[in-house]
Design a protein around this ligand. Sequence first.
Ligand code: FAD
Length: 375
Amino acid sequence: MYDVIVIGSGVMGMSVARKLSEAGLHIAVIDRDVPGMHASYKAGGMLGAQNEFLEDSDLFKLATRSQKMFKTLSDELNSEVGIDIQYIESGLIKLADESNDNVTIEQQYQFLHQHNPDVELLNEDRMHQLTGGNSHLANRTAMYIPDDHQINANYYTKALFHSLKRRNIDRIFKTEVESIQSVEGGGYKVLTQDDVLIGQQVVVAGGAWSGQLLGSYIQDKCVTGVKGEVLLVEQPHLNLDTTLFTTSGCYIVPKQKDRYLIGATSYFDDYSVGVSEEGRNWLLERATKHVPGLKESKILKQWSGVRPYCTNEQPIMDEVSRDLFVITGHYRNGILLSPIIGELMSQWILNQHRPQILESFQIERRQRNALHHQW
Ligand SMILES: Cc1cc2nc3c(=O)[nH]c(=O)nc-3n(C[C@H](O)[C@H](O)[C@H](O)COP(=O)(O)OP(=O)(O)OC[C@H]3O[C@@H](n4cnc5c(N)ncnc54)[C@H](O)[C@@H]3O)c2cc1C
C-alpha cells in the first residue's frame, strides 16, 4: 500500500512526487512508457513567464513565481544528481512575424512594462546589438524581455528522474494504468495490465492522456493533445545568444555548442509521432525569414511531442474525488510551471487543503485566463 501513487512521469508527475518525498511518504510513480518519450523531454525549455501572457491572471502569477525558482532548482539538482540542466540567462526577443502583428506586440509591451520596467521596445540598433546582427526589424515591432530565460528540458526531466531514484521513490515503467477504482473505506485501486496497486491518494499527471485516465471522474474531452514538431540545428558562424520568439509561433532558442532549437508547429487533436515534411518546411521557412544565417545550418535531430491542452489554455489542477487529484493542461508552459505546481500540489495533498491560488484551476472554471493564443 502506497501513501501516494502518481500516474505519469513527465515534469508534472515527477515534480509533485519529488516534493512529496520530503515528507517521508511511500510513493510510486507509474508510466506506461520508458523515460524520454513524451512532452517533457521534447520541449524547447523556454521559461517564458512574460512572453506568453497578455494580462494579469493567477496563471501569470504562478508563471512568474515559478520562473524565479529555476536558478535555485538548477543548483539543487546539480548537487543532488550531478546533472546540469543548463539554466541560461539568455532573455527573449518577441518579434512580430509581419507588420500586421505590430499592434499585438505593442499591446503586450504595455502590459508587461507595467510589471517589469526592464522590458523594452527595440529599435534597429538595439535589435542588431541583441542578435549579433543576425536579425532585423524591417518595419516589424519587437520587444526584449530580459528575464525570460531557458533551460535544457531534456536534461531537466532526466535530472528529476534521477532525483526520484535517489529519494527511494518506486518508479514503475512500461506499465499502463487501465483504470482507477475507489476502495470502500478510503483510497484507490490502480489497475495496470498485470497488477493492482493500492494508494491512499492518487495523482493523475498523464499529460494529454489524463482525460482517458480519469474516465467517468471527469467530462470527456476536457483535455486534448496538441502535437508540436521541433528541429535541432547546428550553425557555428551565427553567434546568436538571445531567444527569438515570433508571433507566428516559430521560435529559435540558442543552445550550447552552436546549436539552435527551432520550434514549434501546432496540430490540435493530433497524437501522432514524428516530424512531417510540411512541418519541417514550415519551421525552416519561418526561422530563416527572421535569421537568414540559419539557411546554412545542418539539421542534427528532429522530434515531436504532444502538449496537454485544456479549454482557454487554462490548466486543470483539482481534486476530482476525495484523495484523487489531477494535474494537466499546462500546454506550452509545463516546463516553466512545474516547480511551483510541484510545490503547491504537494502542500495540498499533505495538508488536505487547496492553496488559494489554485482555486481558478478547478474543472468547473471560475475565471477565463488570458493567454496569447493567436499563434
Ligand atoms: C514541441 C514542444 C515544445 C515545448 N516547449 C516548451 C517550452 O519551451 N517551455 C515550456 O514551459 N513548455 C514547453 N512545452 C510544453 C511542456 O513540454 C508540457 O506542458 C509538459 O511537458 C507537460 O508535462 P506533463 O507531465 O503534464 O506531460 P507529459 O510529459 O506528456 O507526461 C505524461 C506522462 O503520462 C504517461 N501516461 C499517460 N497515460 C498513461 C497511462 N494510462 N498509464 C501510465 N502512464 C500514462 C505518459 O506516458 C507520459 O510519460 C513544449 C511542448 C512541446 C511538445
